[in-house]
Design a protein around this ligand. Structure first.
Ligand code: URA
Ligand code: SF4
Length: 225
């Protein structure tokens, strides 16, 4: 091998090393960008939770022990929306963990849904109304922007409102839940199926048949959508 040839080989080798480093650098660079893109919605979601945890936009902040921002997966099949935290939720900071929540889990299971795998569960107001009273219109309006931001990040395939309060607020209709349920509405372009609140069904078991119909409607929306 001549000296000239080995010099050429050496130059090629240096070029290869240089290419490798450049490519390696670019690859790392685009990985970082990808990670940033992927973390985007979750970061923004954590930002909403942070804002909620220190929120004083309505009087409900005064008696809360914990805010209950809601929880579940991003891009779920269904986002379930209740009214507001009760005592168990205020104590734990988690949505629907009391008796109504266990009952709700059985509804979800009946149509192959699971809050840990393919749902997000939230509420109209994120702080507990004293003595479980209905949230006042000004409390719901003050809190609604959080829910709107959550929905636009979470992008569920369908929404199910639980009870009169959530249904009236998100459909803009004034009738009672008995008249509003049984149809599919649309919120932010997402199909919305209302049903009774699980607490109401625990008090009046004859509402069960209607809930079953509503769950079937929800299931057909998910299958056709
Ligand atoms: N009822 C609701 O509306 N929301 C909860 O989180 C718990 C009970
Ligand atoms: Fe803020 Fe909503 Fe809590 Fe009112 S209920 S203090 S608007 S987070």
């Amino acid at each position: 091998m001549s000296t000239q040839n080995s010099l050429n080989d050496l130059v090629k080798l240096f070029n290869l090393i240089e290419d490798y480093y450049e490519e390696g650098f670019h690859r790392r660079h685009s990985d970082v960008e990808l990670a940033e893109q992927m973390a985007g919605p979750e970061d923004q979601f954590l930002e909403i939770n942070n804002e909620i945890s220190s929120c004083r936009k309505c009087g409900l902040f005064k008696e809360r022990n914990n805010t209950v921002p809601g929880e579940g997966v991003i891009n779920p099949l269904v986002m379930l929306i209740g009214e507001g935290p009760g005592a168990d939720e205020d104590r734990t900071g988690k949505p629907f963990v009391g008796r109504a929540g266990k009952y709700l889990d059985s509804w979800l299971m009946a149509i192959d849904l699971d809050r840990r795998k393919n749902c997000f569960i939230g509420n109209i107001v994120k702080c507990r109304p004293p003595d479980n009273r209905d949230p006042l219109p000004e409390e719901s309006s003050a809190c609604l922007p959080y829910l709107q931001r959550q929905i636009s990040f979470i992008r569920p395939k369908a929404i199910m409102t639980l009870g009169r309060i959530a249904t009236q607020i998100l459909t803009g209709e004034k009738s009672g839940i008995g008249a509003l349920r049984g149809r599919i509405y649309s919120y932010q372009g997402i199909p919305l199926a209302p049903t009774y609140h699980p607490s109401a069904v625990l008090r009046n078991i004859s509402l069960r048949a209607s809930v079953w119909q509503d769950l079937q409607k929800l299931r057909s929306v998910l299958q056709n959508g």
